[in-house]
Design a protein around this ligand. Structure first.
Ligand code: NAD
Length: 420
C-alpha cells in the first residue's frame, strides 16, 4: 500500500515559494523566516542489513524534523529508491503546516529509506525496518517524534517499528507510531480517516457554494486507498460518481458508476479496463470533465498551467498531496473555481493519527463513531477558519490555509522565544 506521492524534483522549491508568499503577507521578520524555512533536525543513517543469501547490503535512511514549536514531530516514513533529503525537507515542512491548519498539537517530520521494497523479501524488509527503527530511535518516541505509514510502508511496517522501539525500552510503547494494526493499539476508523476528512470538507464546500451534494456529479482521479473510499462515501451521500481512474485506466458514466460493481470487477480482473457499464476515459479527459466536483486523489503535479484551464468543475478538492501547482492555482482563481487545498482537505489522516496517539497514551479507546464525530468537528472548524480568512483577505483557499497555519506556527515560535 502506498500512502503518499512519488517524489518531484521541485517539491522543496514549491514548498519554499508557498511559504515565502505567505511570510510576505504575514510580514514575518527575516530571522523567523529562516527558522521556518529550515528543518530543525536532520538525521542520516547508513546501516547494514543481512540479506537472505547471507551477504550484507548497506542502506541509507533519514529522519527529518521540521519544527516542533507546537508539539512533538509527526510524519510518515516512506521507502523509495529515489528518496532525497530535499524531498524530505519539503514533506516535513508540509506536515508542520498541515497539523497547524487543523490545529492539532504537532510539528512536522518525515523520514524513510532509499530502497525499493519490491526488491526485498518479507524477512529482508523486516530486518531493514527494525535496523532503521533502531538507527532513528535517537529521534523517535511518543513524546518527541511519532512516525506513520507513507509511500510503500503500511501498518505492518509500523508494527515492526513499534515492536523494535518497545524491545529497546523493555516495555510496550504503542504511541511511538500511528497507523498500527488495531490489535496493538491502532485506532478504529484510521484506515478511512483521510477519505472521511475529504468527505467532511466537501460537505462544507457544497454548503458554501450552494451545491446540493445529493445528485452532484463528481470525478475522482486515483482509485486507491483514498480515492476509492472517498468515492464510496460520497455515493452514500447521494452524489453521482461519474468518473474514476487509476494509473492505467479510467471509467466514465454520466448516470453515475455503480461503485460496488466496479470494485468487484477491479478485484476480479486486477484492472478497471473492460468494465461493461461505462465508457473508457483518459486521465487528462477526466480532469476536464463537465462535473460539479473534481477530486484529484492520485499523486502530485496533475494540474498545471497547461491543463488547469480545461477544468470545468466548480469545486476542486485536493485529496492527494500537491496535485496542483502554483500556475494551476492562479487559473482556478481566475476562473472562479473553488479550491480546497491539500493541507486542509487531506488532513483527516493525520488528525485520526493524533486520535490514535491520544488513545494509546491514555490506554482508553474510542469506537469508530466517536472517532468520526470528533474528526468532523475538527475538519469543519478548520474549513470554517480557512474560508473566513479567504473571504476577509480576498485570497484563495490555499493562501488562506497557509496564512492560518504559518501564522499559528510563527506565533508559537515567537511566544516561546529563542533558547537560551
Ligand atoms: P494509493 O496508492 O492507494 O492510490 C493511488 C491511486 O492513484 C491508485 O489507484 C493508482 O493507480 C492511482 N494513480 C497513480 N498514478 C495515476 C495517474 N497518473 N492517473 C490516475 N491515477 C493514478 O495511494 P493513496 O493512499 O490513496 O494516496 C493518494 C494520494 O492521497 C497521495 O497523494 C497521498 O499523498 C495522499 N494522501 C493519502 C493519505 C492516506 O491516508 N492514505 C493521507 C494524506 C494524503
Amino acid at each position: 500500500m502506498t500512502t503518499e506521492t512519488d517524489q518531484s524534483p521541485n517539491l522543496l522549491q514549491t514548498a519554499r515559494n508557498q511559504f515565502n508568499n505567505v511570510a510576505d503577507i504575514l510580514g514575518l521578520e527575516t530571522g523567523l523566516r529562516k527558522v521556518l524555512l529550515t528543518c530543525k533536525r536532520e538525521l542520516t543513517v547508513n546501516f547494514p542489513v543481512q540479506m537472505d543469501n547471507g551477504t550484507a547490503e548497506v542502506y541509507t535512511g533519514y529522519r527529518f524534523q521540521h519544527n516542533v514549536a507546537r508539539g512533538p514531530a509527526k510524519g510518515g516514513i516512506r521507502y523509495h529508491p529515489g528518496l532525497t533529503p530535499d524531498d524530505l525537507r519539503a514533506l516535513a515542512m508540509l506536515m508542520t503546516w498541515k497539523c497547524a491548519t487543523v490545529d492539532i498539537p504537532y510539528g512536522g517530520a518525515k523520514g524513510g529509506g532509499v530502497v525499493d521494497p519490491k526488491n526485498l523479501s518479507q524477512p529482508e524488509l523486516e530486518r531493514l525496518t527494525r535496523r532503521y527503527a533502531t538507527e532513528i530511535s535517537l529521534m523517535i518516541g511518543p513524546d518527541t517524534d511519532i512516525a506513520a505509514p507513507d509511500v510503500n510502508t503500511d501498518s505492518q511496517t509500523m508494527a515492526w517499528i513499534m515492536d523494535t522501539y518497545s524491545m529497546q525500552k523493555g516495555y510496550s510503547v504503542t504511541a511511538v507510531v500511528t497507523g498500527k494494526p488495531i490489535n496493538i493499539g491502532g485506532a478504529e476508523g484510521r484506515g478511512e480517516a483521510t477519505a472521511r476528512g475529504v468527505q467532511y470538507v466537501i460537505r462544507e464546500a457544497c454548503r458554501e457554494k450552494n451545491i446540493q451534494l445529493e445528485g452532484a456529479k463528481i470525478a475522482v482521479q486515483g482509485f486507491g486507498n483514498v480515492g476509492a473510499t472517498v468515492a464510496r462515501l460520497l455515493a452514500e451521500d447521494g452524489a453521482l460518481i461519474v468518473a474514476i481512474s487509476d494509473s492505467a485506466n479510467g471509467l466514465y458514466n454520466p448516470q453515475g458508476l455503480d461503485l460496488k460493481n466496479v470494485t468487484i470487477y477491479q478485484q476480479e480482473h486486477h484492472s478497471l479496463a473492460g468494465y461493461p457499464n461505462a465508457d473508457g476515459i483518459s486521465n487528462q479527459d477526466l480532469l476536464g470533465l463537465d462535473c460539479d466536483i473534481l477530486i484529484p486523489a492520485a499523486f502530485e503535479n496533475q494540474l498545471n498551467g497547461q491543463n488547469a484551464g480545461q477544468v470545468k468543475a466548480k469545486i476542486v478538492v485536493e485529496a492527494a498531496n500537491g496535485p496542483s501547482n502554483l500556475e494551476a492555482d492562479r487559473v482556478f482563481h481566475d476562473n472562479g473555481i473553488f479550491l480546497v487545498p491539500d493541507i486542509l482537505a487531506n488532513a483527516g489522516g493525520v488528525t485520526v493519527s493524533y486520535f490514535e496517539w491520544v488513545q494509546d497514551l491514555q490506554s482508553f479507546f474510542w469506537n469508530e463513531a466517536e472517532t468520526n464525530r470528533r474528526l468532523n468537528t475538527i475538519m469543519s472548524k478548520a474549513f470554517g477558519e480557512v474560508h473566513k480568512i479567504a473571504q476577509e483577505r480576498k485570497v484563495d483557499m490555499r493562501t488562506a490555509a497557509y496564512i492560518l497555519a504559518v501564522g499559528r506556527v510563527a506565533e508559537a515560535c515567537l511566544t516561546r522565544g529563542i533558547y537560551p
